[in-house]
Design a protein around this ligand. Structure first.
Ligand code: CO
Length: 209
């Protein structure tokens, strides 16, 4: 099967279902997008951004990669953040990790996984920063889940350290960076309470005057 007909059938059903509830939905949406949120999440197929927070197309700008990382030199992710902040003027950036993340799991073992090991090294660094805390946990699943949380906190900081976010704050733009984690086991989101809304809340060394 070359054309994946089932997906096109599903697409037609989906579009007509939306049109039924709001006949002008797609026409309005084609004119502009004005999402208030940028979501940075994991590529995991079980963590679909819009569905989790019950949002329709047009309501949330999304970037996903393995283990929801924001790397200082990743032009892809930085470009998404720049567009979201400077053009769309989103008010919130949400980093959403999830428990049992395969990327985190892979970073915690010492096996070879190929090219992706270069990506996972960023998670190994976070593990190293928090080695003492992680070593207090015996249970493997709990260890992974703690690193899933610590990873989100680290990515929130990474976003705050970008020139994009600091420039936005400097110019008085209202912008909050949030860290959340999602449980695939029950579909529930948890706020990690690490929300940052201005440059006084980030570490001294990263503040740009
Ligand atoms: Co994941």
């Amino acid at each position: 099967m070359r054309i994946l007909k089932n997906l096109f059938d599903k697409n037609k059903e989906w579009a007509s279902r939306i049109k039924e509830s709001d006949p002008d939905f797609f026409t309005k949406l084609s004119m502009q997008q004005s999402p208030e949120y940028l979501w940075i999440g994991c590529s995991d197929s079980r963590v679909p951004a819009n569905e989790i927070v019950g949002m329709l197309p047009g309501e949330i700008f999304v970037h996903r990669n393995i283990a929801n990382l924001v790397i200082h030199t990743d032009l892809n992710c930085l470009s998404v953040i720049q567009y979201a902040v400077e053009v769309l003027k989103v008010k919130h950036i949400i980093v959403c990790g999830h428990y049992g993340c395969g990327g985190i799991k892979a970073a915690l073992d010492n096996r070879e996984h190929g090219l992706i090991d270069n990506w996972l090294r960023n998670i190994k660094d976070i593990c190293r920063y928090h080695q003492a805390e992680i070593d207090t946990i015996q249970d493997e699943k709990e260890k992974i889940n703690l690193l899933c949380e610590l990873n989100v906190v680290e990515q929130v900081a990474n976003i705050c350290h970008t020139t994009i976010v600091q420039s936005a704050w400097k110019s008085g733009q209202e912008l909050a960076i949030h860290g959340w984690i999602y449980s695939i086991e029950d579909g529930i989101l948890k706020d990690l309470n690490v929300c940052i809304t201005n440059r006084d809340e980030i570490s001294q060394i990263h503040r740009i005057k």
